[in-house]
Design a protein around this ligand. Sequence first.
Ligand code: CAO
Length: 554
Amino acid sequence: MSEQEIKVPDLGGADEVEVIEITVSAGDSVEAEDPILTVESDKASVELPSPGAGKITKITVKVGDKVKEGDVVGMMEASADGGGSDDSKKEPEGKAEEKSEAKEQEKSEESKPAPKKASGGSRKETVKVPALDGFDNVPVIEINVAEGDTIEADDPLVTVESDKATMEIPSPYSGKVGKILVSEGDKLSEGHELLEMTVQEEGGESEDDSEPASEEPAKEAKSEPESEEKPKQQVESAPEPQGATYEPPTPGAKVHAGPAVRKLARELGADLARIKGSGPKSRIIKDDVHAYVKSQLKQAQQGSGVATGSGIPGVKLPDFSQFGEVKREAMSRMMFATANNMQRSWLNVPHVTQFEDADITDMEDFRKAQKAAGEKKGVKMTPLPFLLKACATALAELPQFNVSLDMERKEVVRKKYIHIGIAVDTPNGLMVPVIKDVDKKGLWELAAESAELAQKARDKQLKPAEMQGACFTITSLGGIGGTAFTPIVNTPEVAILGVSKAAMKPVWDGKEFQPRLMLPLSLSYDHRAVNGADAARFTTVLSQLLGDIRSLLL
Ligand code: CAO
């Protein structure tokens, strides 16, 4: 077996074409004429067939590469029984079809019928299928125009598909589409009547030029606004998306779509692999692309109430009233915003939670001893200021927790300040005011500020600036109860400390069990930014600091 090059054959006049799909991989066995890859010019997509039977050893191009005639796209070992042929001699079908498309355009120019005069500088024409270079009975898979559309010469009228190539039949004229004479599925051959058009006379001094309000207005006057309206019409007629109607891409799945649809999808940034085709043989048509984009926009605007745009199927609600009496009420804006933030964080951040118990027996003794001083100052000293101070120290010691990830720019944003958010439970929902520069403040100051911000949160008095800029969050449920929980990181922060209720526990001191007040800590972190060892270090530092609060002074 000898290795031979797989080359791009004659492309029928097209200079450079883009590789849009690679259908085989190294190691695949192929038969002669099996498609190797699909290339696309601005008018047609063509499958490049294998020059013979054999085994693919290498593909040397990737999707998006531009290739031209003679370029090597891969290597293959021809099988002994009449393997690869000389591709320079052979004319692959793809070539014929690409050629046919190019010629078809030439011919359509040549074969423009003599104008039939109509009143006011326009004429009626019946557009026919140009020569398809030997192809006939090619089925229509998409009609790209609608009656009344104003189009330019070369705009695609219909898309036809043979078993090897998809071709668009371009309009030979600029003008207005009249009656469409074919339907999807019709098989077309040269000379078949496609549609009627009202063609504007070039430079004709028609009545229409001076009277744009008449039925056939001047080309310049009408074509612009109409061409703007065209996509809008398509969007409006697109089927209404029903929740999460789009599938995640299936690796290796083949996308069936014509060049115009591929171009549209590229322009709109839509991933064709995610779109379900509603055309014949599940082919993706323009309406499917519009409907997909519309559904994605809708989900984004609604804050992804049903699905997230990441291909996660939505939750279908049953009719609860069948199980008993129910009452529906609107979510508050805050509840809706919180729900979205939680979902966004939970879906975007790979969460891990690290647990630790801190011995706060001595800390609590000290805290309680401050009661009289607190009353004098009018400030209540709770465990929270100690937690704030300990977290600020741990953040300074382990600065990998004081970052945000900018995945788009592939950068880590390191913060030189230490601002900590505190989750506050209010009758209206969860709010997270932020205490700035925690590392520079004393315990009393932190106690006063956290109490003031918590009260403002409950009174709905927080200003936006008082809820922004946190590097880290503490969510304390200690006053309520619980032994441990897994808080959700308040992204773009990379960690959050959950605090549960302190409880007396027997702790082994090496000789005997001692009753100690243990505070359960739950540190959830973004595992993209922080590794497990650092998380264990962080909770260990916290536990040491809270176990001996004198070290907070160091
Ligand atoms: N273990 C045992 N007792 C605790 C404790 C703990 N971990 N934390 C606080 N306490 C005690 C306090 O000492 C106080 O007791 P005394 O009145 O006897 O002194 C009592 O519980 C109430 O404290 P507090 O809640 O008023 O004050 P705080 O500073 O500890 O907390 C705040 C302030 C704003 C964090 C809290 O009021 C709050 O809203 N917590 C809920 C946060 C929340 O909802 N998180 C969930 C977010 S995710 O859904």
